[in-house]
Design a protein around this ligand. Structure first.
Ligand code: GLN
Length: 195
């Protein structure tokens, strides 16, 4: 399986490393032609306004939206989740989005960089063991529309992981904990589409 990792800004390298540890190919995507013959796409964490603007400058916005329509699985983590959302709290600021997932997200929902935290999440889709993960100035999912499955919430009910068909979104960073189960989960979605 060949997974394209959007490599305009943010922590794409950690995703590529994780994918390669699982026997998949992780390919850095910076230009539209890098998306040819790709089975799935990861949009990493970073800074969503920067990634969004670079996505427009490098002519990637339309081709990514086309891939989504074609059913290519796409996983957005943190800033990537913001880019996938149909609605964000800063859409009026001219933030370029892929606007594909039926969710509303709030940026920096947990406060500033200093309020970043790590926690053990219960994610039933990954099995019983809690998933230890990191929230780094992460967004929260404020509401989900029809067809969106909630995969994980914090203890206070805040939604932090969602799936809508072939689209996956996580508000945290599963690529830094060393636990490969979220990447394996995404690869299973990709395998399911690839057949
Ligand atoms: N706060 C960032 C944003 O709004 C996201 C942070 C992250 O991806 N770790 O884009």
């Amino acid at each position: 399986m060949r997974i394209g990792v959007l490599a305009l800004q943010g922590d794409f390298a950690a995703h590529i490393k994780m994918l390669e540890g699982l026997g998949a190919e992780g390919k850095a995507v910076r230009l539209p032609e890098h998306l040819e013959e790709i089975d799935g796409i990861i949009i990493p964490g970073g800074e969503s306004t920067t990634i969004g603007k670079l996505m427009v400058i490098y002519n990637l916005q339309e081709v990514l939206q086309r891939k989504i329509q074609e059913g290519v699985p796409i996983w957005g983590t943190c800033a990537g989740l913001i880019l996938l959302a149909k609605e964000t709290d800063n859409a009026l600021l001219g933030q370029p989005l892929l606007a594909s997932m039926n969710i509303r997200v709030r940026r920096n929902a947990f406060g500033s960089q200093r309020e970043s935290f790590e926690t053990d999440l219960s994610v039933p889709a990954l099995g019983e063991a809690p998933f230890h993960t990191f929230f780094i100035r992460g967004p929260a999912v404020e509401s989900v529309g029809p067809g969106v499955e909630v995969l994980a919430t914090l203890d206070d009910g805040t939604i932090v992981a969602v799936r809508e068909g072939t689209l996956l979104g996580t508000a945290f960073h599963p690529e830094v904990s060393g636990d490969p189960r979220f990447h394996q989960y995404f690869l299973r979605i990709v395998q399911g589409v690839k057949g």
